[in-house]
Design a protein around this ligand. Structure first.
Ligand code: SAM
Length: 279
């Protein structure tokens, strides 16, 4: 047995059990232990592939104590695979504290790439992938949530969010109130039988899900600020002057800010310029 074991960060399917790599299956068969967020959940995957392994429960509420236990096993030369309930451990899931602890202890760490709902949904939505920001779940507490949405108001990149179905309508409403009416994709049940992508503006989406309460797992892909296409150019809820100021607050000079606003709103530059006289 080598002096120190390796920690394998192992992505698992986000729905369809076939979405697992050959390497992940081999490593899950070879390691000494599997650290799993929910051992019963992981057992279903392991049983499907006929893998039998000692499981260690590692989740949000025991990660400190279990983390040290897992590091001890690694130091003794045992190898450990870390899995979460779905997708990539560490992405809105437990994992990062263990990975950083392993690094601090000089333990070899490697990753077995695989699905993550964020990227899968982004690509499926067909929205702009050239620059994007992953926001995970919005904070639940009203004040923190509002503060986060305020921060996102001028985010130009496409925004990826996770949300639970029972909170979707409230979240769409908060986004409409704080960010204005813009394009959003609701991507549900990725890789499963009822996989669905709906792309509308926030107002229409809110109406849709008020009438058809959502079920299943959801990723939201939200158009960035300033990317509204001509179909949505009338949905700005701020004045042209405020819009210019927003760009200037982000570091654009006045000329560039006018250019950006004109582009975003589909207006001639000289029209936008008139609103900039005393900015
Ligand atoms: N680690 C996971 C990953 O790599 O995507 C994310 C775990 S996070 C606790 C769970 C959230 O991911 C769900 O609430 C949902 O927003 C999103 N998610 C996971 N699987 C999904 C699926 N099949 N379809 C849509 N969203 C999914």
């Amino acid at each position: 047995m080598p002096a120190t074991g390796t920690l394998y960060i192992c992505a698992t399917p986000i729905g369809n059990l076939e979405d697992i790599t050959l390497r992940a299956l081999r490593i899950l068969r070879e390691v000494d232990y599997i650290a799993a967020e929910d051992t019963r959940h992981t057992l279903k995957l392991l049983n499907h592939y006929g893998i039998s392994k000692p499981l260690i429960s590692y989740h949000e509420h025991n990660q400190k104590e279990r983390g040290h236990k897992i590091i001890e096993l690694l130091k003794q030369g045992h190898s450990v695979a870390l899995v979460s309930d779905a997708g990539m451990p560490g992405i809105s899931d437990p994992g990062i504290p263990l990975i950083s602890l392993a690094r601090e202890n000089g333990i070899p760490v490697t990753v077995l790439p695989g699905p993550t709902a964020a990227i899968t949904a982004l690509v499926l939505s067909g929205m702009d992938t050239s620059r994007f920001a992953f926001e995970g779940f919005l904070p639940r507490e009203k004040k923190d949530r509002e503060a986060r949405l305020e921060e996102l108001k001028c985010e130009q990149r496409t925004i990826i969010l996770y949300e639970a179905p029972h909170r979707l309508v409230a979240t769409l409403k908060d986004m409409l109130d704080k960010l204005g009416n813009r394009k959003v994709a609701v991507v549900r049940e990725l890789t499963k039988i009822h996989e669905e992508v709906i792309i509308l503006n926030l107002e229409q989406m809110l109406q849709h899900f008020n009438e058809h309460p959502p079920k299943g797992e959801i990723v939201l892909i939200l158009e960035g600020c300033g990317n509204q296409d001509t179909q949505h150019k009338d949905v700005w809820n701020i004045s042209i002057k405020e819009h210019i100021k927003q760009y200037m607050a982000q570091g654009f000079d006045k000329k560039e800010a006018i250019k950006q606003v004109a582009k975003a709103r589909g207006l001639p530059r000289n029209e936008v310029y008139k609103h900039s006289i005393d900015t």
